[in-house]
Design a protein around this ligand. Structure first.
Ligand SMILES: Cc1cc2nc3c(=O)[nH]c(=O)nc-3n(C[C@H](O)[C@H](O)[C@H](O)COP(=O)(O)OP(=O)(O)OC[C@H]3O[C@@H](n4cnc5c(N)ncnc54)[C@H](O)[C@@H]3O)c2cc1C
Length: 401
C-alpha cells in the first residue's frame, strides 16, 4: 500500500524494511532518506564504538544540497567552516593563485562546507536515530542470503536480519562487494600517503576563511576552516605502499618530507598533535561493472572509493543515498527494478568522478613529473573564474542541480 510521507512528500511503501550494512557517511545518509520515506531501517556496523576515520572532510555543494533536502541545512551550516577563498602557494610561500569562492556559490546556489568528521557523524547519527532508525554496533555482516521476496544479512555472532532490501555501504574494503560484482576487487593504491588532523585556527597559519594549499615536490600541505575555530589540515606525500605507520614518528616524518617549506607549514607541523592525526595510504576502487544484484545495492566507497583529490568521495556516497531512496519511492514495479534504475543512474556519475579523481591524484603527485610541472605552471596562470567553473561543473552533475 502506498502513502504520502507527510514531511518530505515522498511516496512511501508502508511496511518495507531496509537493512543497511555500514554506518559511515553513505550508510547514515541512506538510512535518513529511507526512514523519512517511511521505511523501517536498521543500520548494522561491525565497530563497537563509532568513530570516523580521519579528521575533516570538505562537503562540496552537491553533497550539501542533498543534506539540505533531507532537512539538515541548519545543522550543517552550524558545523561548516566559513570558507570564502582558496589560495595556491608554492612551497616557498610565493602566491600562485588567489580564488574567491563567491562566483562558485552564486553559480551552484549553495556554499561548500568543510566540516570535522566527528561533527558530521554526530549530525547524521542524531538525525537517523531521532527519525526512528535503529543502529546496531558490534554487528559484523559476514554474508547474505537472497530469498524469493526478501533478503537476509548474516552476522558474525550468528544472528540474522531479514528485510526487503540490503544496502552494502561497508566501505573501501567491502566484504559484500564480491557478492554483487561476482569477483574480488582489490582497492588500488594511489601512490601517496595522507596525514590529516585538526589544529586551532591562528593567523600565522593562514587566514581564517581561506583554504590554503601549498604545493611542490609532488606533495601538498593544506588547511581549511571548520566550525569551532579549527583548521582541518592535511599533508600528502608520494611514498611506496607499506611504509611504517608509527604515531611517534609523524612529526619527524613530516619535518623530513617538508624540509625547507615555508613558515606556516613548519608551524603546522609544530602544532599538530600526533595522537589525533590519521595517517592513511590512499586507495580507490573501480569503476566496477555492477552496483546491484537482486535486492542488494552497493553504495558509497564500497562501490566507488575515490581518491580524495576532488573532495568528492563522501559527496558521492551522499548522492547515492538520495538517488537510491528516490527510485525506491518514486517507481513502483519492484525493489529489484528500483535498484536497477539506481545503478544505471549512479554508474555514469560515479565512473566519471572516480576516473577524474584518479587522474587528478596522478597529476598532483607526480606520476609523470612533466605533467605535474605543467600543473604547477598552469596554477600560476589560470584565471580564478576558470577554477571555480571547473568545480561548479562537477557539483552540477549531482542529482539536485
Ligand atoms: C584522506 C581522505 C580525505 C577525504 N576527503 C574527502 C573530502 O574532502 N570530501 C569528500 O566528499 N570525501 C572525502 N573523502 C572520501 C570520504 O571519506 C569517503 O568517500 C566516505 O567516508 C565514504 O563513506 P562510506 O559510508 O561509503 O564508507 P565508510 O565511511 O568507510 O563506512 C563504512 C562503514 O562500514 C563498516 N563496515 C565495514 N565492513 C563491515 C561489515 N562487514 N559489517 C558491518 N559493518 C561493516 C565500517 O566499520 C564503517 O563504519 C576523503 C577520504 C580520505 C581517505
Amino acid at each position: 500500500m502506498y502513502t504520502v510521507c507527510r514531511l518530505y512528500g515522498f511516496v512511501a511503501m508502508d511496511g518495507l524494511k531496509a537493512i543497511v550494512i555500514g554506518a559511515g557517511i553513505g550508510g547514515l545518509t541512506t538510512g535518513i532518506a529511507l526512514r523519512q520515506a517511511g521505511y523501517e531501517v536498521e543500520i548494522h556496523d561491525r565497530v563497537r564504538d563509532l568513530r570516523p576515520i580521519g579528521s575533516g572532510i570538505s562537503l562540496w555543494s552537491n553533497g550539501v544540497k542533498v543534506l539540505n533536502r533531507l532537512g539538515l541545512g541548519q545543522k550543517l551550516a552550524a558545523i561548516g567552516g566559513n570558507m570564502n577563498y582558496m589560495e595556491y602557494r608554492h612551497l616557498s610561500g610565493d602566491l600562485l593563485n588567489h580564488i574567491s569562492l563567491q562566483p562558485l556559490v552564486e553559480e551552484v546556489g549553495q556554499r561548500p562546507y568543510p566540516v570535522a568528521r566527528r561533527d558530521l557523524q554526530n549530525v547524521l547519527l542524531e538525525t537517523f536515530e531521532s527519525a526512528g532508525g535503529k543502529l546496531t554496533l558490534g554487528a559484523k555482516c559476514i554474508g547474505i542470503l537472497e530469498g524469493f521476496s526478501n533478503i537476509t544479512a548474516k552476522f558474525e555472532d550468528g544472528s540474522t536480519s531479514t528485510g526487503d532490501l540490503l544496502v552494502a555501504a561497508d566501505g573501501v574494503r567491502s566484504l559484500l562487494r564480491q557478492y554483487i560484482v561476482g569477483e574480488a576487487i582489490e582497492p588500488q593504491y594511489a601512490g601517496y600517503v595522507n596525514w590529516n588532523g585538526l589544529v586551532p585556527i591562528s593567523t600565522d597559519l593562514g587566514p581564517a576563511d581561506m583554504w590554503s594549499i601549498y604545493v611542490g615536490e609532488h606533495k601538498r600541505a593544506s588547511m581549511m576552516p571548520v566550525a569551532g575555530d579549527r583548521f582541518y589540515f592535511f599533508f600528502d606525500v608520494p611514498l611506496p605502499r607499506g611504509t611504517v605507520n608509527d604515531v611517534a614518528n609523524y612529526k619527524t616524518e613530516l619535518r623530513k618530507h617538508f624540509q625547507g617549506w615555508t613558515e606556516p607549514v613548519q608551524l603546522l607541523i609544530d602544532r599538530l598533535e600526533p595522537e589525533t592525526v590519521a595517517r592513511v595510504e590512499i586507495h580507490d576502487v573501480g569503476p566496477i561493472s555492477k552496483m546491484v544484484k537482486g535486492r542488494v545495492a552497493l553504495l558509497g566507497d564500497a562501490a566507488h572509493a575515490t581518491c580524495p583529490d576532488l573532495g568528492q568521495g563522501g559527496c558521492q556516497a551522499i548522492e547515492d543515498g538520495w538517488v537510491l531512496a528516490n527510485y525506491l519511492t518514486s517507481t513502483t514495479l519492484s525493489v529489484p527494478d528500483a535498484l536497477r534504475r539506481y545503478e544505471s543512474d549512479r554508474k555514469v556519475r560515479t565512473t566519471e568522478i572516480v576516473n577524474k579523481a584518479r587522474n587528478r591524484a596522478e597529476t598532483i603527485h607526480g606520476k609523470d613529473p612533466e605533467v605535474t610541472q605543467k600543473w604547477y605552471d598552469q596554477l600560476a596562470k589560470e584565471s580564478p573564474l576558470d577554477v571555480t567553473k571547473a568545480i561548479a561543473k562537477i557539483i552540477s552533475g549531482g542529482p539536485l542541480h
